[in-house]
Ligand binder design. Structure first.
Ligand code: HEM
Length: 505
């Protein structure tokens, strides 16, 4: 069988593909019954054929950007332009930054994320289109279609379409400022526990490991604000805290897990077709029983806390949730109804726990790291807090979020330097034409190079240095010389991404 005819066979429907492999298997078995020499020839032919097939599959989309006349880099088979990241040799923020620098004058350019055509957009105005005006076309992510395969992925962070919109509309009431204000005393309590823990740890050793300390603190905050429980993450015991263990399982940092993550992101169809799962089922079992035990403690009735568990309980009792369709083109305002299953609710709990503690802990620990290196910024931050406490009679109240502008600038500057998602990924859900005339097809990936944009000297002079003053007071408006007449937020520039935007618009 020639090369070409094999490739043609590959293109037909999957049933023919199966028949093809059965035939190959037969040929192989038949060869076993013949002489060793014939067998080696058949095995060799098979290897060559399979390699040729894999090679073809790994490069077949590589003409995509050339055909569209979009500037792009030469990709490597299978790895595309992200080889160093896929092989876990480099941080994805740096890989994308290096590519962007090669196309610094282009509003966007083409790349290949593994084998997949990916448009990298660097122009803030086009990024605004993707995130706001034309969001419908870009609301999906690479694994969104496959979320029913795992309980843990059935949440806001991974889903798409009407399911995402309806769940989001039903969870939004949790985030009103009145709710935040009511919960604030819980954060204050966790703060006092943190102070005690810090005293104990510094009494034992002169060195404190900031990241794990912040993980314990943010876990405790999420535990009490979201689940209404005390996680005990900040208690000093010989046994490892079960929430800390869960956090480590969810954010498994082994290389093997890293490869799984990348393979799932690039080839989700193959990943799930082969029966793989990314998350351990331990996670959903743990959170399911946690949720049930909190429900039981509350006698399956919402309480006066009106927290996340109450909201989830109310949704469970309703059985169905209703919301709007994401597709604004459907003008009939049709309401979408969705069945509420335990898996759906458990999955939302997992994302609130995971997205809540990890992001905040890494931001806080990076802020502490930068403040430790920048004594003057540290002095100013401390002075602002001392002055605030004097004014408020030593009491921390919700309004502190607007009354500590220098602390806020320090956190925003930290998120500029260390964005939790160095590249935000999207997938085109319907063919779309950019104002430039470039038409991208459904399924094309879109990468927004947050890390690179945050470190562009055009937007942030001396981009690698920690300089909270640039995001403080009036300086915030003029820190970007190319857009000095407009406010930082209006510019649609990267400072928008420096803030903890936890949502798709
Ligand atoms: C410093 C703190 C945080 C940072 C920097 C951060 C960052 C982000 C970013 C960049 C996204 C958007 C991802 C995308 O669109 O692809 C996101 C989404 C999300 N975050 Fe956060 N986050 C933080 C804290 C939290 C907390 C405390 C919670 C919950 C208690 C949370 C829950 C979520 C959820 C549920 C989503 C998905 C929203 C959706 O797609 O509708 N995050 N976060």
């Amino acid at each position: 069988m020639t090369h070409l005819s094999i490739l043609n066979v590959w293109r037909v429907q999957s049933v023919y593909r199966c028949l093809f492999f059965i035939c190959l298997g037969r040929v192989y078995c038949a060869s076993l019954a013949t002489s060793p020499r014939t067998m080696s020839v058949v095995v060799l032919a098979l290897c060559v054929t399979i390699s040729a097939l894999l090679y073809y599959l790994s490069v077949r989309k590589f003409s995509y950007w050339r055909n569209k006349n979009v500037p792009h880099l030469k990709p490597l088979p299978l790895l595309g332009n992200y080889g160093e990241y896929i092989l876990m040799k480099k941080y994805v923020g740096h890989v994308s930054q290096e590519m962007c620098r090669k196309f610094s004058k282009e509003p966007y350019f083409g790349a290949f994320y593994g084998t997949e055509p990916t448009l990298v957009i660097q122009d803030p105005e086009i990024i605004k289109l993707v995130f706001t005006k034309d969001f419908y076309y870009f609301h999906s992510r690479e694994i969104a279609k496959y979320t029913p395969n795992e309980v843990t992925t059935q949440n806001l962070f991974f889903t798409q379409g009407d399911k995402w919109k309806v769940v989001r509309q039903n969870l939004t009431p949790l985030f009103t400022s009145a709710k935040m204000k009511n919960m604030f005393y819980l954060v204050g309590k966790c703060g006092h526990t943190l102070e005690k823990l810090l005293d104990e740890e510094t009494a034992m050793s002169g060195t404190v490991e900031a990241k794990s300390l912040m993980i314990k603190y943010t876990m405790d905050c999420i535990g009490s604000c979201v689940f209404g429980i005390e996680t005990g993450a900040m208690e000093i015991t010989t046994e490892k805290n079960v929430f800390v263990t869960m956090g480590e399982i969810i954010f498994n940092t082994s290389k093997f897990h890293g490869y799984k993550l990348v393979c799932r992101a690039i080839w989700p169809k193959i990943f799930y077709a082969l029966g793989f799962k990314y998350y351990s089922t331990e996670i959903d079992i743990f959170f399911k029983s946690l949720l049930m035990s909190v429900f039981e403690k509350r006698n399956f009735k919402p309480t006066a806390r009106h927290d996340f568990v109450d909201l989830v309980l109310a949704l469970k009792q309703k059985n169905h949730i209703i919301g709007d369709s994401l597709n604004s083109k459907s003008m009939d305002n049709k309401k979408i109804e969705m069945k509420v299953t335990d898996d759906l609710l458990v999955s939302q709990c997992i994302v609130f726990f995971a997205a809540g503690f990890e992001t905040s802990a890494s931001t806080l620990s990076c802020a502490l790291y930068e403040l430790a290196k920048n004594q003057e910024a540290q002095r100013r931050a401390q002075e602002e807090v001392d002055e605030y406490l004097r004014r408020r009679n030593n009491k921390l109240v919700y309004e502190c979020v607007t009354e500590l502008p220098y602390i806020e600038a320090c956190l925003n500057e930290t998120m500029r330097l260390y964005p939790v998602l160095p590249v935000i990924t999207r997938e085109v859900v319907e063919d779309y034409t950019f104002p430039s005339g470039l038409q991208v097809d459904k399924g094309v990936r879109v990468h927004l190079p947050v890390y690179h944009l945050h470190r562009r000297p055009e937007y942030f002079p001396e981009p690698d240095s920690f300089h909270p003053e640039r995001l403080y007071g009036d300086a915030r408006m003029t820190s970007n010389p190319t857009h000095s007449s407009r406010s930082a937020r209006d510019r649609g520039n990267v400072s928008v991404y420096a803030s903890p935007k936890c949502r798709r618009p």
